[in-house]
Design a protein around this ligand. Structure first.
Ligand code: NAD
Length: 513
C-alpha cells in the first residue's frame, strides 16, 4: 500500500494512528467499539475508528446546538466566505483526499480526484448562493400592507451517506446547509469512516482559523444503530439520507413518525434507450462507462440497455468487443478501467445476480466471474458481465450494486422503449441515444421518462452540480446540489406588515367592536 503514498496522504489529512485502535477526528467524542477500515484495493487494514455511543451522541448534539445559536446570527454572505475558505482548503488537499477516497472506497484515482472536484464545485456554487437566498415580495390585497417571504436557517441537519460517494455527498449537503445557516451532524458509511474523519479535520481547521465553533460540523461514526440516533431525534428537523431503498424506507418512516423532514437519495435502475437513429460510437462509450465505471457502484450506473431490434446485434457486438478490452485491477493504476467492489459481501451479491438472471431465463453473453491471484488478493475484483434479459425479471427490477448490464430488446415506436424504461420502481437517471428530434422530445415530454434525470445523447452516469440532483418513485423524491435545492435546508416564513392605523381583515371580513 505504501507504493501509492497512501500513508503520507493519511498523515497530511490528520489521520495519524494507523492500525492502533483509534483514529478519531477532532470534535469527535466517539468512545464506543472500534470498526476497522479495510481497503478493497489490496485488503489491507488502513486504520480503526471508534464508534459513537448514545452518550457521545448527546455530547455531539450539545456542541451542534450551541454552535447553531452563533452560526445563524452570521449574515449569509459571511457564511459564504467560510465556505469559500473551505473550498480553498479542498483545492490544497485535493490529491491526498482523492487518494484516500480511491484507496478506502476502491474507485479509480481519477474518480477520487473527481469527487473532490465536485466538493470544490459545490463550495463555489454555495458561495454565490449565499448572496441569493431570495424570497418573493407579494402584493397585499389590503391597503397599507406589505407582504413578503423570507428563508431562515432550519437548525441541526443530519446527514447519512453511502459508501460509494464517501466525501462528495456530504459536501453537496453541507456546503448548502452551512450557507443557509444550519449546522450539520454527519454519519458517513461505516465502510468508509476514514473519509469522514479526513473531511471533519479539514472543516475543523477552517472553523478554528476563523474563531468559529467546530460544532458547525460534527461527525458521528458507526452503522445503522448510530444513524437511528438521528432519525428518531426531534432536535434534527431535516435528515438527508443517501443509500439503498431498503434504508430509505426505514429512515423515512422514523423521521415521518415525528413529523420531521427527510431528503432521500436512494437507489436507481438506470437505462439507456438506443433507437434506430442512435450514434453507435457515442452509445458504446456512454453505455460501457456507465455500466463499468466505479465497478457499477454509482447510483446512476447504467443497469439496462433498451435497444431497438433493428440495431440490437450491432450494438451488442460493439459492446461485447469493448468489454473484451477492459483492464481490471488496482484503481490507483491509471491504466486500469475497473477497480474492486467495496467488499466481499458485494461480490456475493454480484454472484447471486448472475445466477438469478440465468435461473429466470436470461442469457449471459459476457460471463463475468471473480478474479483471483496476484493483485486480486482482497477478493473484491470481478469481471463486468452482460446478460440478455427481460425487463420483468425480478433480478432486472432490482438494483444490483455491481457491474452487471442487462440488454433488453424493443420493437416498434420509442413509446414502447419508454414504457420499458419506466417499468421499474426506481426513478433516478435515464438516457436516450438518438438523432431523431421527435424521439428525443417524446422522451423528455410529460409522457416520457419518469426519472429525476433524463439525458439526450449522454449516458445515465454522473451529473453536474449546477442541476438539482435526485430521483422519483422509490429513489425517494429528494433533490440536492444545484438549482433551488437549497430551499429544503431552510424554513420559509411569510411576513405581512401593516403600516396604517387601521386593521382591515383579509377576505373583506368585518369584525366591528
Ligand atoms: P446503505 O443503505 O447500506 O447505507 C447507506 C447509509 O445508511 C450508511 O451510512 C448506513 O449506515 C446508513 N443506514 C442504514 N440503515 C439505516 C437505518 N435504519 N437508519 C439510519 N441509517 C441507516 O447503502 P450503501 O450500500 O452504503 O450505498 C449504496 C446505495 O446507495 C445504492 O442503493 C445506491 O444507489 C445508493 N445511492 C444513492 C445515491 C443518490 O443520490 N440517489 C447516491 C449514492 C448512493
Amino acid at each position: 500500500a505504501s507504493d501509492f503514498g497512501i500513508y503520507d496522504a493519511l498523515k497530511v489529512l490528520g489521520i495519524k494512528e494507523i492500525n492502533e485502535g483509534s483514529s478519531t477526528g477532532t470534535n469527535n467524542f466517539s468512545s464506543g467499539e472500534t470498526i476497522a477500515s479495510f481497503s478493497p484495493v489490496d485488503g489491507s487494514l488502513i486504520a480503526k475508528v471508534k464508534t459513537t455511543t448514545k452518550e457521545d451522541y448527546e455530547q455531539v448534539m450539545g456542541t451542534a446546538t450551541a454552535a447553531f445559536k452563533e452560526w445563524r446570527t452570521k449574515p449569509a454572505p459571511q457564511r459564504g466566505e467560510i465556505v469559500r475558505q473551505f473550498g480553498d482548503k479542498l483545492r490544497e488537499l485535493k490529491e491526498p483526499l482523492g487518494k484516500l477516497v480511491s484507496y478506502e472506497m476502491g474507485k479509480s484515482y481519477q474518480e477520487g480526484l473527481g469527487e473532490v472536484q465536485e466538493m470544490i464545485d459545490i463550495c463555489d456554487f454555495a458561495v454565490g448562493l449565499s448572496r441569493q437566498l431570495h424570497g418573493l415580495t407579494m402584493h397585499s390585497e389590503r391597503p397599507g400592507h406589505r407582504m413578503y417571504e423570507q428563508y431562515h436557517p432550519l437548525g441541526v441537519v443530519g446527514i447519512i451517506s453511502a459508501f460509494n460517494f464517501p466525501v462528495a455527498v456530504w459536501a453537496w449537503n453541507t456546503a448548502l446547509a452551512w450557507i443557509c445557516g444550519d449546522v450539520c451532524i454527519w454519519k458517513p458509511s461505516e465502510k468508509t469512516p476514514l473519509c469522514g474523519i479526513a473531511c471533519q479535520h479539514i472543516a475543523a481547521t477552517v472553523f478554528k482559523e476563523n474563531n468559529l465553533p467546530e460544532g458547525i460540523s460534527c461527525l458521528i461514526n458507526g452503522d445503522y444503530n448510530v444513524g437511528e440516533l438521528m432519525t428518531g431525534d426531534a432536535r434534527i428537523p431535516l435528515v438527508s439520507a443517501t443509500g439503498s431503498i431498503r434504508m430509505g424506507k426505514i429512515v423515512a418512516q422514523a423521521v415521518a413518525a415525528r413529523l420531521g423532514k427527510s431528503l432521500l437519495e436512494l437507489g436507481g435502475n438506470n437505462a439507456i434507450i438506443v433507437t434506430p437513429d442512435a450514434d453507435i460510437k457515442m452509445t458504446v462509450i456512454g453505455a460501457v462507462f456507465g455500466a463499468v465505471g466505479t465497478a457499477g457502484q454509482r447510483c446512476t450506473s447504467t443497469r439496462r440497455l433498451i435497444i431497438h431490434e433493428s440495431m440490437y446485434d450491432k450494438v451488442k457486438n460493439a459492446i461485447v468487443a469493448a468489454y473484451n478490452q477492459l483492464r481490471i485491477g488496482n484503481p490507483l493504476d491509471e491504466n486500469n478501467h475497473v477497480g474492486p467492489l467495496i467488499d466481499t459481501d458485494a461480490v456475493l451479491q454480484y454472484n447471486k445476480a448472475l445466477q438469478q438472471v440465468v435461473n429466470e431465463g436470461g442469457n449471459l453473453i459476457v460471463e463475468g466471474g471473480v478474479l483471483e491471484g496476484q493483485g486480486y488478493e482482497s477478493g473484491c475484483y470481478v469481471r463486468p458481465a452482460i446478460a440478455e434479459a427481460e425487463n420483468h425479471f425480478k433480478i432486472v427490477q432490482h438494483e444490483t450494486f455491481a457491474p452487471v448490464l442487462y440488454l433488453i430488446k424493443y420493437s416498434g415506436d420509442v413509446e414502447n422503449a419508454i414504457a420499458i424504461q419506466n417499468g421499474v420502481v426506481q426513478g433516478l437517471s435515464s438516457a436516450i441515444m438518438t438523432n431523431n428530434l421527435r424521439e428525443a422530445e417524446q422522451f423528455l415530454s410529460a409522457w416520457g421518462s419518469d426519472c429525476g434525470i433524463a439525458n439526450v445523447n449522454i449516458g445515465t452516469s454522473g451529473a453536474e452540480i449546477g442541476g438539482a440532483f435526485g430521483g422519483e418513485k422509490e429513489t425517494g423524491g429528494g433533490r440536492e446540489s444545484g438549482s433551488d435545492a437549497w430551499k429544503v435546508y431552510m424554513r420559509r416564513q411569510t411576513n405581512t406588515i401593516n403600516y396604517t392605523t387601521e386593521l382591515p381583515l383579509a377576505q373583506g371580513i368585518k369584525f366591528d367592536l
